[in-house]
Design a protein around this ligand. Structure first.
Ligand SMILES: Cc1cc2nc3c(=O)[nH]c(=O)nc-3n(C[C@H](O)[C@H](O)[C@H](O)COP(=O)(O)OP(=O)(O)OC[C@H]3O[C@@H](n4cnc5c(N)ncnc54)[C@H](O)[C@@H]3O)c2cc1C
Length: 405
């Protein structure tokens, strides 16, 4: 396994570090880390500054205006961007646009790429990804998909309800997952559609009030009522939606880990500064054993998270699906970043919960990550099933004499 990012990626990471600390953090502080209703001009200004700093769109190939950095390099750059809640937005690597760009680059046809990917990569528009539905529809179990797409002359008619669609308010288009065959509960039969958000029959009925606020456009709820989608807006093949979702899901959960690790590192830096400067009971906090334990545990969580991210990134760079390694990374990092931010807040005492620091906001931002991109329990369920299957195969091979038991 070669986990070493190349020199070009290192150089972009260094520039990102300087850009985020020198430019982006001030905007984050000014906006109190809230981007649900961020003015479009603020996003554009941040992205113009990122372009100027030579760090815009690091993840896409040069033909889409990107810097062509591989996944191991992205691990470095995204972590530096994630040091601020607004860093990913500035670099155009925020969720859900970054995952959607990857999906469009891999699956869309050339016309769809020109229409949707080109402006998205340039930061001219935003997008969203609508898979999850209110109960009893798709959630942790995507096979519960209940939104339907019925074939009609020239295209499809979609009906259903989607919620928790991140970035919905202000998005130019949505990638909507709908059922084109079978029944809720069936494992196949889904198709992805590119739906312009001004299409008749697609209504954003609300932006859901949530614990987190740092994702631009918030988390929306859509109703699709007899929404016509032309035939040329099918993304990938009909009935291949679940397979295509895999193209997006594994890398997207990993890039979330990279970004949130950056924020956790920022929280740890705040705690380190406080522990070194604040005195209690005749010594610096940093010299008290229980504070040292919290600081050390956070260092361990940071190092372990980074190692798991790089290992999964290497597998993706090597052409693997990385289903297991991204699941392991996601389950660990989502919980580690929560622990790190929570410890940092504790070390800062009353200051930690105050609005004078951003730690309270950071804590609220990292908590939902244990739910989206697969709840921790869903990942553990999948990881344990794969482990049992692997062991059964090993024992079968031993019985055949192919392997030692
Ligand atoms: C902030 C945020 C942003 C989101 N953005 C998007 C988006 O942009 N697009 C989109 O389509 N969706 C989005 N989602 C939805 C997200 O993907 C779902 O919340 C997630 O898939 C879980 O589905 P659910 O909420 O319906 O929970 P449910 O499926 O109802 O699960 C509830 C709980 O059941 C438990 N559980 C689930 N599976 C298992 C298992 N196998 N074993 C044991 N326990 C289990 C877990 O504890 C889980 O939290 C977002 C969610 C949040 C919170």
């Amino acid at each position: 396994m070669d986990l070493t990012p190349d020199d070009a990626a290192r150089s972009v990471a260094e520039r990102t570090r300087a850009f985020v600390r020198g430019t982006v953090l001030a905007v984050e502080r000014e906006r109190r880390g809230s981007a649900h209703a961020l003015p479009e001009q603020v996003r554009r200004d941040l992205q113009a500054a990122a372009r100027q700093a030579g760090v815009f769109c690091p993840h896409l190939p040069p033909r889409w205006g990107g810097l062509g950095i591989d996944r191991r390099g992205q691990a470095l750059v995204f972590e530096e961007a994630g040091y601020s809640l607004f860093g990913p937005l500035a670099l155009n690597i925020a969720a859900p646009d970054e995952g959607n760009m990857h999906l469009l680059a891999a699956v869309a046809d050339p016309d769809q790429q020109e229409r949707y990917l080109r402006p998205l990569a340039a930061g001219l528009i935003r997008s969203c990804f609508a898979m999850t539905e209110p109960a009893p529809g798709a959630g942790s179990d995507p096979s519960a998909l209940a939104t339907t797409a019925r074939p009609v002359s020239g295209g499809w008619v979609l009906n259903g309800r989607k919620w928790f669609t991140t970035g919905a308010d202000g998005a130019a288009f949505a990638i909507v997952m709908a059922r084109t065959s079978g029944q809720p509960g069936d494992r196949g039969g889904a198709t992805m559609f590119l739906v312009d958000t001004d299409a008749p029959g697609l209504d954003l009925v609300r932006t859901i009030e949530t614990l987190d606020e740092a994702m631009i456009g918030g988390h929306g709820e859509f109703v699709l009522q007899d929404c016509f989608v032309p035939a040329d807006r099918v993304l990938g093949a009909v009935d291949q939606g679940f397979d295509n979702a895999q193209v997006r899901l594994a890398p997207a959960r990993l890039t979330h880990c990279m970004r949130w690790l950056g924020l956790a590192r920022h929280a740890q830096d705040i705690a380190l500064d406080r522990a070194a400067g604040r005195r209690a009971f005749g010594s610096a906090l940093a010299d008290l054993g229980m504070i040292q334990q919290m600081l050390a545990d956070s260092e361990i969580d940071i190092e372990a998270s980074r190692a798991l991210i790089l290992r999964a990134a290497w597998e993706l760079d090597s052409g693997g699906r990385a289903a297991q390694s991204t699941s392991v990374a996601k389950a660990f990092v989502a919980e580690a970043v929560w622990r790190i931010v929570d410890r940092s807040l504790q070390i800062c005492g009353s200051l930690g919960v105050s609005g004078d620091l951003m730690l309270g906001r950071y804590l609220r931002e990292v908590r939902p990550f244990r739910i989206y991109d697969g709840p921790s329990e869903t990942h553990r369920w999948a990881i344990s099933r794969r482990a049992v299957k692997r062991r059964v195969q090993e024992r079968d091979a031993a019985v055949r004499g192919a392997l030692p038991a």
